[in-house]
Write a protein that binds this ligand. Sequence first.
Ligand code: SF4
Length: 347
Amino acid sequence: MNFKKEIKIGTVTIGGNHQIAIQSMTNTKTRDIESTVRQINELAKIGADIVRMTISNIDDALAISKIKERTSIPLVADIHFDYRLAIEAVNQGIDKIRINPGNIGSHENVKAVVEACKKRNVPIRIGINSGSLEKDLYQKYGGVTPEALLESMKRHVELIESYDYHNLVLSIKATDINTTIKTNQLLNQYFDYPIHIGLTEAGTINSGIVRSSYTLGTLLNDGIGNTIRVSLTDDPIYEVRAAKEILKNLNLIDHTPIFTSCPTCGRTQYNMIPIAKEIENYLYTVKKDIHVAVMGCVVNGPGEAREADLGVAGGIGEALLFKKGEIIRKIKEKDIVKELIKEIDAF
Ligand code: SF4
């Protein structure tokens, strides 16, 4: 846990001793209100605490209040280049804005955004990406180095603080794992503001999850990071699932089920893989402390599932259902998912 300054994003507080918040980002056109609302609600259902949306034109900005009426988790407006969109997002009731002061134009533009945020106490995430490092810092440090990125952040923070605003969240993301880790270590040493961590352009579901798990896991293990986003080239549902897995395996999230399953082998006697996937997907929607195991055979399955609260071990066309290591009944293969979900709900 990283005891940074507490910052309130709508109903969610980060920093202090609050839980690390899971973020994701919609990939709909924000002005397509139906699709955006549907996606936000899907993400919330599986455990997103905060969702960010792109605000790339005035129609996107004007959609915010309508989207907020039909969703219940805090929303963040992601804005580049046009400071007027940030002001409109604040007027529309957004819970936080994310800007990169480096591309929002003059200091006067930044000041106008800060003044709008100040009126409603809307936090600002200063989000710097390695790709947008200022030219003079690039030259001074001979490239995109952690020290250069930290100096860029110092400039932006000092500018916003000079307008007497301290309601900030900081993030510096890079595509390179070691640069991201080192930069966030420096950021953590230097500032008291909460840190949003993530690896940018991490890749598809395979490479992206591995790279993000290593990067975010290393930082979180060192107590760095107050909110996380796993960026993936895929449905954002997978981002939230991956973030939950990272936090769960580091014991940084409460009331989240643990799921284990065997890899299957020549002993597997039923069609286990789709069953394991369905149960795992269902568990992402459940908020309770429960360990569920799906095992391929009755030879090793029962023994290995003993640690679990609930489990199945498959035979030919049927499975044994376990509760706390004891066999409670046999179930037909076609009923495994239904029966196990019933037991999970009742647990
Ligand atoms: Fe194979 Fe059974 Fe082990 Fe699964 S539990 S990997 S089916 S031996």
